[in-house]
Write a protein that binds this ligand. Structure first.
Ligand code: THU
Length: 157
């Protein structure tokens, strides 16, 4: 089964996805990225239509930097417990640049998305701008994180 779609142009995305990309772009304004100057925004759709956003938050102690995706995911889990996460859009631009730059989620964020999919027993779609400058809409973390590690590994004998 093909579990992702590729779009050359943002106009080809469905209207909900375009809206989420728009909200993610807005969220980049709240990024705190004085070190990398790479401003990331994430917008997460919940099953009742609520949109929760996140932006990357950096720290002078670099390993403490937090990605926009995890800010959005953990905020949604805290403020809207029990609601399912249906779709996540992620975008980025360099500071003082308007045009988007490719931002495909880091491995840590993919691992966190996977755990939320397991918790809610439902896949989460993810929209990102790939390095090819194409929009990738994945149907779930299966294609973002094949051969994953999850709680199932811990149960295996
Ligand atoms: N960053 C994200 O917010 N999401 C990602 O998936 C990749 C990286 C942030 C972390 C850091 O603040 C900056 O981008 C540069 O790595």
């Amino acid at each position: 089964m093909k579990d992702f779609e590729v779009f050359q142009n943002i106009e080809e995305l469905d209207s909900e996805s375009k809206y989420l990309v728009h909200k993610a772009k807005e969220a980049t304004a709240h990024a705190y990225a004085p070190y990398s100057k790479f401003q990331v925004g994430a917008a997460l759709m919940l099953d009742d239509g609520t949109v929760v956003t996140g932006s990357n938050q950096e720290n002078a102690s670099y390993p403490l930097c937090m990605c926009a995706e995890r800010v959005a995911l953990y905020t949604a889990a805290t403020l809207h417990p029990g609601k399912k996460m249906t779709k996540l859009a992620v975008v980025a631009h360099k500071k003082n640049h308007k045009e988007l730059t490719p931002a495909t989620s880091c491995g840590a964020c993919r691992q966190v998305m996977l755990e939320f999919e397991h918790r809610q027993n439902m896949p989460m779609q993810v929209i990102q701008l790939a390095k090819t400058n194409e929009w990738i809409l994945t149907k779930g973390t299966g294609s973002l994180l094949p051969f994953d590690f999850s709680g199932e590994n811990l149960l295996a004998v």
